[in-house]
Design a binder for this molecule. Structure first.
Ligand SMILES: [Zn+2]
Length: 372
């Protein structure tokens, strides 16, 4: 949350804690607050220490650098719009597309900085007597819902400053870092921050941090719609009673929890699979696929037609649609050390050849924040 204020205050130390009496003013409202220790969300425009602590801002040169960067970006896009693609082979085309997507995914983090700055300056109030979402709808002609979503995203993913002027991590640091690197999209980020934001407050910080990191890691190999399902499973695992979820959340979770597999490992597919197979896979093993076991087929990890073993532990469940990825499109599957089936996309789709597992049908393993 942002505290967009003009602040006048005094700061003293009481019992080892910084306590500040603050008079604040923003957009016509004036108030008084007692601030203990560091309060996050302030910006350098209203830093308590702004008069003494703030380094001299090289205003003119920064403005020149920012304008020059935009000119460069414009030129780069111009080039990509015009340059002939004829000489690129298929693999080069895919690489260009991947790299373009990375840059596209990074751009919202620039929004976060700009919005944070606008919030700090109370620009919307000054120019339009409106909040920042109102300013964005006028400036960019985006819908109110979109403007609000962007401001919310900046609030949890944008930079923060303590009242003392110190820079602080974003509220959701792992998500912010992945978006800055371009490995997850804006939609992925909204799924993660929305999920983490709805987790029960009683959960400890480490668990919440691990849950965020786990979702961010999985987001890099899943579509947002697939990530939503994984996130629902994670929420159900961390908050099995759903005490803090409202009716809408519960309805959505019911619809998404195909098979109603519970955190205690109980499986809804009793009677459709033998016990050995049930213990093995509870649905299609392709990462992100939520097809339950009754709609899958058995795939032999060894080429059994060439003499491979038919041992149950050398088989996995795959839905018909995803089976074609293996037989026709170069995806490989193998058994991981932990007994979970790993999928590897062909090199032209995933040059890093990262093995990925389906976490949808299993309770999430938060002890491993970086699942394969
Ligand atoms: Zn599948």
């Amino acid at each position: 949350m942002f505290v967009a204020l003009t602040v006048y205050g005094v700061s003293v130390t009481v019992a080892g804690q910084n306590v500040a009496w603050v008079l604040f003013a923003c957009g016509g409202s004036v108030g008084m607050a007692v601030v203990v220790s560091e309060i996050v969300g302030a910006c350098r425009h209203n830093s308590l220490m702004s008069s003494t602590n703030l380094r001299e801002r090289p205003v003119a040169s920064a403005a020149v650098v920012v304008r020059a960067a935009l000119t460069e970006l414009t030129r780069a896009v111009d080039t990509l719009q015009r340059e002939s693609l004829d000489s690129l082979d298929d693999h080069e085309m895919l690489a260009v597309f991947r790299d373009l997507e990375t840059q596209r995914r990074r751009l919202p983090t620039v929004d976060h900085r700009l919005i944070t700055e606008l919030e700090c300056r109370c620009t919307g109030r000054k120019l339009l007597s409106r909040g920042t979402p109102g300013l964005l709808t006028e400036l960019l002609h985006v819908d109110v819902a979109e403007a609000k979503a962007r401001v919310r995203a900046a609030g949890v993913l944008g930079p923060r400053t303590a009242l003392t002027g110190e820079p602080l991590d974003p509220v959701h640091p792992a998500t912010a870092a992945a978006q800055a690197a371009g490995t997850i999209s804006e939609k992925h980020a909204r799924v993660v921050t929305g999920t983490i934001g709805r987790l029960p407050h009683s959960l400890d910080e480490d668990t919440v941090g691990s849950a965020e990191q786990s979702l961010v890691n999985q987001a890099q190999g899943l579509r947002p719609s697939e990530l939503i399902k994984v996130a629902e499973r994670l929420t159900a695992y961390l908050d099995p009673d759903g005490q803090l979820s409202d009716d809408t959340d519960r309805a959505a979770r019911r619809a998404l929890n195909i098979g109603r597999q519970r955190a205690d490992g109980m499986s809804p597919i009793t009677g459709l699979l033998d016990p050995a197979t049930r213990a093995f896979d509870r649905g299609c093993t392709r990462p992100g696929c939520d097809i339950p076991a009754q709609w899958t087929q058995v795939h032999h990890l060894d080429e059994y037609q060439y003499g491979g073993r038919t041992d149950i532990h050398r088989m996995c469940l795959v839905c018909t649609f995803d089976h074609r990825l293996i037989t026709e499109h170069g995806f490989t599957v193998r058994m991981g050390a932990n007994g979970r089936v790993q999928w590897i996309a062909p090199k032209h789709l995933d040059p890093t050849q990262t093995p990925r597992i389906n976490t949808f049908h299993h309770p999430p393993d938060l002890s491993d924040p970086d699942p394969p």
